[in-house]
Design a protein around this ligand. Structure first.
Ligand SMILES: Cc1cc2nc3c(=O)[nH]c(=O)nc-3n(C[C@H](O)[C@H](O)[C@H](O)COP(=O)(O)O)c2cc1C
Length: 188
């Protein structure tokens, strides 16, 4: 039997990505995002929603491009920190994060992430207090082990261990509880 509850996405796990952008000084900024999904329009595309004002949004508005880097268990403390620390703050600016340049677009790519999308915004859809962006996937960067390895998909997924989130907590690929939002950042 089901019961009605207020609007929520609890119990609907989502994949996490770190969006990488450049600011006006050419510094890389990363923020943590889960409102990313896919669209079809002659080819596979990405839709992403950003709520409120933040540096990531400002940077994407100016440059129309960003990277989306899959968050894994190894990346979780850093990802949690980046999701709980506003861009432009001294704490975030002092972080040293290993990046490389996108292969197709001028976007910062997180070296430690095994899957990265290079995204170009085709359409901005402003809402009352948020914005949806429809993006063209200009490139997908995958670790060679994923793209070329002979292991099964299950073995590859177990090896990279993507993190899921729901109920304001993080969960491992195999379902273990990895802590509440704001907890893993203690280990950054
Ligand atoms: C688990 C988690 C998921 C998040 N997902 C989103 C999201 O999908 N959309 C959004 O606008 N903000 C999201 N945030 C908040 C941003 O990560 C946060 O505003 C961050 O400061 C953005 O980086 P920036 O300030 O450098 O732009 C999320 C935060 C956490 C902890």
């Amino acid at each position: 039997m089901k019961t009605s509850v207020a609007p929520t996405n609890d119990y609907c796990p989502q994949t996490l990505f770190l969006y990488g952008t450049y600011d006006d000084e050419g510094r890389a900024d990363f923020g943590l995002f889960c409102w990313l999904s896919y669209v079809w329009d002659s080819e596979l595309g990405v839709m992403a929603c950003i709520g409120g004002e933040k540096l990531t949004k400002e940077n994407i508005h100016k440059r129309k491009v960003f990277s989306a880097n899959l968050v894994t268990e190894a990346l979780l403390p850093l990802a949690d920190y980046l999701g709980n620390t506003p861009g432009g703050s001294p704490e975030k600016a002092k972080l040293s994060i290993e990046t490389e340049e996108g292969r197709v677009l001028p976007v910062p790519v997180l070296k430690a992430s095994p899957v990265t999308y290079e995204l170009e915004v085709k359409q901005f859809i402003p809402l009352d207090d948020g914005e949806v962006m429809l993006c063209r996937i200009r490139n997908v960067l995958q670790d060679e082990r994923l793209a070329l390895g002979a292991e099964s998909s299950l073995e590859k997924l177990s090896a990279i261990a993507p993190v899921k989130t729901t109920c304001r907590r993080y969960f491992s690929w195999n379902g273990a509880d990895l802590g509440a939002w704001g907890e893993p950042m203690a280990n950054v």
